[in-house]
Design a protein around this ligand. Structure first.
Ligand code: URA
Length: 220
């Protein structure tokens, strides 16, 4: 039985694809154009939990003493830096809810970027972060790593604001976006549900899910 659930992608060092059957099954449901908004939103949140779980496997723990009804035991608890989830609005918000299920006391930073329709480059319109980014492990969240421009810009921004230990999670990634992200941020591991085929001429991930924000929030 092959128990590997996270594959390190050879072509992109530091990029992990989560090949757990539940993750792959849920991603397939997201792809389906007939999946209704309510279910789409629920799946994105669930995938936030599952991919967030894989992306935090290496968090440090320490043993503490705990008194069970039967005896005193040494048992692990989380140690070290606290978490901050940084959501790239607006599509990141749905997945962030899932990550917060893992760590309800994590802080949340927001970064608003929109894509200029002509240049396809990100334009920043909102940033609000907790003050102590340098003291926290950051999980940066965007379901679609497409051109990589937004992801790259968001990570540059939080590094400028002091963030040192960052990991990036997404549902779908395009090879083109991963190449750019690796080049700009070789120190930031990426955990992707799946690496798709390519970007189309409108910078949509193929086969992808279409516009993730629209499908999460039922807009057009
Ligand atoms: N953003 C989306 O929502 N979908 C894509 O395919 C690419 C970027």
């Amino acid at each position: 039985m092959d128990m590997t659930q996270t594959t390190l992608i050879e072509k992109f060092p530091g990029v992990y694809e989560i090949n757990h059957p539940f993750v792959q099954h849920k991603l397939t449901s997201l792809r389906d154009k007939n999946t209704p908004t309510r279910e789409f939103r629920m799946l994105v949140e669930e995938l936030g939990i599952l991919i967030g779980y894989e992306a935090t496997r290496d968090l440090e723990t320490e043993l503490v003493e705990v008194e069970t009804p039967l005896e005193v035991a040494q048992s692990p608890t989380l140690k070290g830096k606290k978490l901050c989830v940084v959501t790239i609005m607006r599509a990141g918000n749905g997945m962030t809810e899932g990550v917060l299920k893992l760590s309800p006391s994590a802080r949340v930073g927001h970064i608003g970027l929109y894509r200029d329709p002509q240049t396809k480059l990100p334009i920043e319109y909102y940033v609000k972060m907790p003050p102590d980014l340098d003291q926290r492990t950051i999980i940066c969240v965007d379901p679609m790593l497409a051109t990589g421009h937004s992801a790259t810009a968001a990570v540059h921004k939080i590094k400028d604001m002091g963030a040192k230990e960052i990991r990036f999670i997404c549902l779908f990634a395009a090879p083109e976006g991963l190449a750019l992200f690796r080049e700009e941020h070789p120190d930031v591991p990426v955990f992707a549900g799946v690496i798709d085929s390519h970007l189309d001429e409108n910078a949509y991930i193929r086969p992808g899910v279409g516009d993730a924000g629209d499908r999460i929030y039922g807009t057009k």
